[in-house]
Write a protein that binds this ligand. Structure first.
Ligand code: AGP
Length: 608
């Protein structure tokens, strides 16, 4: 998960390369670099660390360049050193490459294709691309890129420049996002629409084997045989624009506050007239008469929304449902047939493991449906049917508003499936649809009701070494997400456990003052979870209970009681997660962490 940008035009590009590269910093920030081309050949500058280090290096002496490519890196092959920073050059210095993805057959290419004794300046897989393009380059750049990329295995989005082709950038991609635009002032490429000029209203996405040629005056496309292609651009979707962070200090807090709107916008498209509208998704007949198995496949927080959905699908639709991490699913032996529905969930729509799982399932008779937040993303394009969450562009690495929008989409699906399969009466269905539509307002109320307590709780736990999140059933799903939110932004070692599991080992880790955060909203197991909380308290834990007012009395002995608004308990995960998100945010704030760009992470994991 790196980010690439490229610009060629009549005016200086160094400043805008940095400007647009910063829009991609969420994709990785171990090192950054740029290369420029003019009639004197290629010039390169690279720095370890944040893009600001490269920006400083480019402050003077680079204004003359009007064509350049740049890159921000999340290290996969090769350590975080300047020599491994992109752009990488061929050994003869004729070719410069920036790359996002992983070349899985780099070693094979080095040993079997490139000339013996070829020297490499880096430990990266990417450098092989530069060498290979140069190896095939005999004054025909398109052919050289075509020959080289046809031999690559894995994933790539590349920007290429040649020392003897000043002002030209060549681009190609496979299984990694790449967008290209032509505006009135020049040609642009980027890993993400976010890193294109706002005035770019139409974009091109190169298909497999297509090579883009950016000249500044135009963008042209060719196939691997060098034939000119007529490509139609697509409009930039609203879900792809950066809405900014408003007056908030961080995107994460801004996006927490945007959740009522994100959930409201998502539900508005799915639930109206007292019922759920997802007809175009997989067909009502399939749902009611044929579907006998559901897999939910995702990573990280998206996976946690699947934990919620599984419980609801099985309870109300009586359909066998499995939730599987995409990185596991793609190497396991799932049983898929024409009566199976596989639901893929992803904010970015570019997560490599989730995409790989989708591509596997598409080789079977199973039906595929994706819940995705970015229109035009690979997952959105490649799924048979999609539900677009309307959270808007999410920048913070720690997802919040997209997570909540995914939950909303799953609730709508669960109600629709239940209704079609007679798991809910028409009256129950209508009542739950009404309750669902109240969620945006209840999320806003939850933020207001719990924020001050969470701020003081964050101050209390900020120096803890560990924390535990516990719950049962839907509360357990929330606990999983709450734990991830805390650990990924505050770096506190937070673990999530099914509340009933603590006594089978984890209880040994409870020390005096260890924070244990429990959500208690599910009527059938509330008392059970409370007794698990008491077991931790008896061993010194600082127990925090997130619950409805109606359970406040039985929870009155908790060290900290966080009350959330009443709602139909099947929708409780949307409310219990709010204080947990804010706890992660404020704890990270008081620990001085880089909240929007946590160490070692990136927003879109486009590599395995
Ligand atoms: C969540 O806060 C994390 N950033 C991460 O777990 C994320 O949910 C996961 O990488 C999946 O990303 P996706 O939704 O874009 O596929």
């Amino acid at each position: 998960m790196c980010g690439i940008v490229g610009i060629t035009r009549d005016t200086s590009v160094a400043g805008d390369l940095i400007k647009y590269l910063k829009k991609l910093e969420y994709r990785g920030y171990d090192s950054a670099g740029a290369a420029f081309s003019d009639e004197n050949g290629l010039e390169r500058v690279r720095r370890v660390g944040k893009i600001a280090n490269l920006e400083k290096a480019l402050e003077k002496g680079y204004e003359k360049y009007t064509c350049g490519i740049a890159h921000t890196r999340w290290a996969t092959h090769g350590g975080v050193e300047e020599r491994n920073a992109h752009p990488l050059f061929s050994s003869d210095g004729r070719v410069a490459v920036v790359h996002n993805g992983i070349i899985e057959n780099a070693a094979f290419i080095k040993e079997k294709i490139l000339p013996e004794g070829e020297t490499f300046a880096s430990d990266t897989d990417t450098e092989v691309i530069a060498h290979l393009i140069s190896f095939y380059y005999e004054n025909d750049p398109v052919r050289a890129v075509a020959e080289a990329t046809s031999r690559l295995e894995g994933s790539y989005a590349i920007g290429v420049m040649f020392s003897d082709r000043p002002g030209e950038i060549y681009a190609s991609s496979l299984h990694s996002p790449l967008v290209i635009a032509q505006t009135e002032d020049g040609s642009y490429l980027a890993s993400d629409v976010l890193a294109l000029p706002d005035r770019a209203k139409e974009i091109y996405r190169p298909g497999k084997g297509e090579i883009g040629v950016l000249s500044g005056k135009s963008v042209d496309f060719y196939d691997v045989s060098g034939n000119r292609l007529e490509k139609r651009p697509s409009e930039v979707g609203d879900s792809e624009k950066d809405v900014g962070k408003g007056s908030y200090e961080h995107y994460m807090l801004s996006e927490i506050m945007q959740q009522p709107e994100a959930v409201g916008n998502t539900l508005r498209e799915l639930v109206y007239g007292g019922e759920v509208h997802v007809e175009s998704v997989v067909g009502d007949t399939f749902i009611s008469d044929k579907m006998d198995q559901i897999y939910i496949v995702a990573c990280g927080s998206a996976y946690h929304t699947g934990l919620v959905a599984q419980l609801l699908f099985e309870k109300y639709s009586r359909v066998r449902t499995s939730v599987v991490l995409a990185s596991e699913f793609r190497y396991a032996s799932p049983i898929l047939d024409k009566n199976t529905l596989v639901i893929f969930v992803s904010q970015s729509g570019e997560t490599a493991d989730t995409l790989a799982a989708l591509r596997l399932v598409k080789e079977t008779d199973a039906k595929t449906l994706s819940i995705v937040n970015v229109k035009g993303s690979s997952l959105w394009i490649e799924s048979e049917s999609s539900i677009l969450t309307r959270a808007g562009r999410e920048i913070a690495v720690a997802t919040t508003k997209a997570y909540s929008a995914q939950l909303a989409a799953f609730y709508a699906l669960a109600l629709k499936f239940a209704y079609l399969r007679k798991g809910l009466s028409p009256e129950e269905y209508a009542a739950k649809c009404d309750a669902l539509l109240e969620l945006p307002e209840k999320i806003a109320l939850t933020i207001n009701m719990t924020r001050n307590k969470i701020v003081s709780l964050a101050k209390r736990i900020k120096d803890e070494q560990s924390a535990f999140y516990i719950g049962r059933l839907l509360d357990g799903a929330s606990a999983a997400e709450g734990s991830l939110k805390l650990k990924e932004v505050s770096y506190i070692n937070s673990q999530c456990y099914a509340a009933g599991e603590l006594k089978h080992g984890t209880l040994s880790l409870i020390e005096e003052g260890t924070p244990v955060i429990a959500s208690i909203t599910q009527s059938g197991v509330a008392a059970k979870t409370l007794s698990n909380v008491s077991e931790t308290k008896a061993r010194g834990a600082y127990d925090v209970v997130i619950t409805f007012e109606k359970y406040a009395d039985i929870c009155k002995d908790a060290s900290e009681l966080i009350i959330i608004p009443e709602t139909d308990e099947i929708f409780a995960p949307s409310l219990t997660v709010i204080p947990m998100q804010m706890l992660g945010y404020y704890t990270a704030l008081y620990r001085g962490c880089d909240i929007d760009k946590p160490k070692n992470l990136a927003k879109s994991v486009t590599v395995e």
